[in-house]
Design a protein around this ligand. Structure first.
Ligand SMILES: *Cc1c(COP(=O)(O)O)cnc(C)c1O
Length: 393
């Protein structure tokens, strides 16, 4: 069911960029197609997943959470236990190896709250590459710990003062810098979004999550799960968890988007739930629009979910009827953040808490104790505790 021609996914994806940038990314797509089938590349990838990221991550039976909800057996896929504390390391390992194979000397990335910047700076240090992280000046002020992490790792953090001084402006400036210096540098994108070949590459590097879930659950339970639940910002951890199960129609794939202050307010990030087809950052997908048809800003207390678009691959899966759409508000996510911490001694990232919140709301759907539910716990919540206690409780 996956039509995948030149990075087109059904009615979505593709490349909508000025010619010179489209040409640079066309070359990258060709190189990646050659590289991904080589044994050396695949061996290097496996080696770093194992010995750098710490894979395979645990598939953990959440017994107290299961008893609390009183239905299906709930497992957590522990991406929070990876090096740097989230699934983002899988992607930067893969793209870092692509950059190294291309002979790049420098990684360029943009970051909002800093999580993707820290992951990129980490792999740059490991691979001995220079690293320029573009970050909105306002975000730099708001996210000091991540700025210091990136600096400790040897990255240059470059403030962007253009526009509002936030992520959107940082993307524009970072892309400009890459266009200037594309021979020696590599643009490392953080989610399964953007023009071809990024959605394909990021999906390929994250799909290890679902491949592991499949092997682990078959070993523990001897059958496939009833549902896999993941939060969706850009969509990379969701696609990572879902991809290995797309052909298994009996496995429900639930993408939980941030409902922010409420699905019926102007402040949310429900791109799959409420978006319209549009182009954004060089690709076509479902995008939040206002009544006049202009792209609308998204909102979520979880900065990793705060994006007005979504992966074109998830847009296609929705259109094909293969996705279940879920949503959780800031408040529901915070409640789930506290509940999981109390019940299991595991503090989830506020992003991941959206997936947990879905189950708290919709567990009546899964009452059969013979069934198995897997929640993809995309990251750990250390980064969020201060914000939750000072702003959200
Ligand atoms: C960045 C991030 C996300 C959102 O990104 P996706 O591409 O949608 O996965 C979710 N969870 C955590 C912990 C993150 O750091």
């Amino acid at each position: 069911m996956t039509t995948e021609l030149n990075g087109t996914f059904g009615n979505f994806g593709g490349t909508y960029l000025p010619e010179f940038l489209a040409e640079i990314l066309g070359n990258l797509a060709e190189k990646y197609d050659e590289l991904k089938v080589t044994e050396e590349f695949q061996n290097d990838l496996k080696e770093l997943y194992k010995n750098y990221a710490g894979r395979p991550s645990l598939l953990y039976f959440a017994e107290r959470l299961t008893n609390e909800l009183g239905g299906a057996k709930i497992y957590l896929k522990r991406e929070d236990l990876n090096h740097t504390g989230a699934h983002k390391i899988n992607n930067v390992i893969g793209q870092g190896l692509v950059a190294k194979s291309l002979g790049s000397k420098k990684l360029i990335a943009e970051t909002g709250a800093g999580q993707h910047g820290v992951a990129t700076a980490t792999i740059a240090a490991y691979l001995n590459l220079d690293c320029d992280i573009y970050m909105g000046a306002r975000d730099i002020d708001a996210q000091k710990p991540n700025v210091y992490r990136m600096k400790a790792l040897g990255a240059n953090v470059i403030p962007v003062t253009a526009g509002q001084g936030t992520l959107k402006d940082a993307v524009d400036v970072a892309l400009g810098a890459y266009a200037q210096d594309n021979v020696d540098s590599y643009y490392l994108l953080g989610s399964a979004v953007g023009p071809h070949p990024y959605p394909t590459m990021v999906r390929d590097f994250q799909k290890i999550i679902g491949e592991e879930i499949r092997a682990q659950i078959l070993e523990k339970e001897g059958k496939l799960p009833k549902a896999i639940i993941a939060c969706a910002g850009g969509g990379s951890n969701a696609l990572g968890a879902f991809t290995a199960f797309i052909p298994d129609e009996q496995v429900e794939l639930v993408a939980v988007e941030p409902a922010g202050l409420g699905a019926d307010t102007a402040k949310h990030g429900l791109a799959l739930g409420q978006g319209k087809p549009d182009t954004l950052h060089g690709f076509k997908t479902l995008v939040l629009q206002d009544e006049a048809g202009n792209i609308k800003e998204s909102y979520s207390a979880a900065s990793g979910l705060d994006y007005p678009g979504i992966s074109p691959i998830l847009s296609m899966l929705k259109e094909n009827g293969r996705l279940t759409l879920g949503e959780a508000t800031d408040k529901e996510a915070v409640d789930a953040f506290i509940a999981l911490s109390h019940l299991e001694g595991i503090i989830p990232a506020l992003e991941s808490a959206h997936a947990v919140a879905y189950l708290f709301q919709d567990h009546q759907k899964y009452t059969n104790p013979e069934d198995i539910i897997v929640i993809n716990l995309s990251g750990r919540g250390d980064k969020d505790v201060e914000y939750v206690f000072e702003n959200l409780l």
